[in-house]
Design a protein around this ligand. Structure first.
Ligand SMILES: [Zn+2]
Length: 188
């Protein structure tokens, strides 16, 4: 059997690079950045996948900064800000299409500046503003998000037009992406 050349190897790598089995928030945080629908994202990764995720980002030209939850909280304590407590994993990757935006995002998160972080993450203004006003305590987040499979933010309502538009755009993009992978597959 002929060995794939460099170009084919690269293409195969792209084709098989479905990483949602080990990056839980791939579709809502990484994919929109790869597709240019959002410029930044925040991804939590367990220790065992840190170096694997770094290589993935480097191969895909995604800028990133890695900060552990303890480092983030140490910084927040210094600044007199509330701590980040509801993490899934210890390692936080701030990712983006430009290193400058990633640095701004990190700075906003260290300040626990929810409004700026939401805006930098490209969430709809109506949702960021609503959440900023009401806080999360009185919200049924699960119900608000239930109509949308591709969003990372908390929508201002379950019928928020900006969220509907973003979610359907990303859904269509995901379908196209998966279709491309299926077409490129040659198992025989
Ligand atoms: Zn909204």
């Amino acid at each position: 059997m002929r060995r794939p050349n460099q170009y084919e190897r690269r293409e195969m790598k792209e084709i098989f690079e479905i990483i949602d089995d080990w990056v839980g928030t791939f579709w809502v945080e990484v994919f929109p950045v790869l597709r240019g629908l959002r410029s930044t994202g925040i991804v939590e990764i367990p220790d065992e996948n840190v170096s694997r995720f770094k290589s993935y980002l480097e191969e895909n030209d995604v800028a990133y900064q890695l900060i552990t939850v303890s480092e983030l909280n140490e910084e927040r304590i210094k600044r007199g800000k509330d701590l980040f407590l509801d993490q899934q994993h210890e390692n936080i990757f701030y990712i983006g299409d430009e290193a400058r935006k990633v640095r701004m995002l990190v700075e906003g998160d260290r300040d626990n500046d929810f409004f700026c972080v939401g805006m930098m993450l490209g969430y709809p203004d109506c949702c960021v503003a609503t959440l900023f006003k009401t806080g999360t305590e009185s919200l049924d987040i699960k119900a608000l998000k239930s109509n949308f499979s591709m969003i990372a933010h908390i929508p201002c309502s379950s019928t928020c037009p900006r969220t509907i538009e973003y979610d359907s755009k990303l859904k269509a993009d995901k379908e196209r992406y998966l279709e491309k992978i299926a077409n490129g597959r040659n198992c025989l």
